[in-house]
Design a protein around this ligand. Structure first.
Ligand SMILES: [Zn+2]
Length: 58
């Protein structure tokens, strides 16, 4: 089992896709990617909750 999220799931037109072992690790990847590729995104607790709700277990 792994945790996966794609930028497309979050409604963004971006090929970004992350698949790692744990949700914590996934959130780290997402934050790094968001800073680099989506600097206009608000990295707020609200946004993080939204992202977590999009995480799929694959
Ligand atoms: Zn992206």
């Amino acid at each position: 089992m792994a945790k996966q999220i794609t930028c497309r799931d979050a409604g963004m037109d971006c090929p970004g896709q992350f698949k790692v072992e744990t949700e914590d690790e996934l959130m780290q990847h997402v934050q790094i990617h968001a800073k680099a590729a989506h600097p206009d995104l608000p990295v707020t607790p609200e946004f993080q909750r939204q992202i977590k709700s999009l995480i799929k277990t694959v």
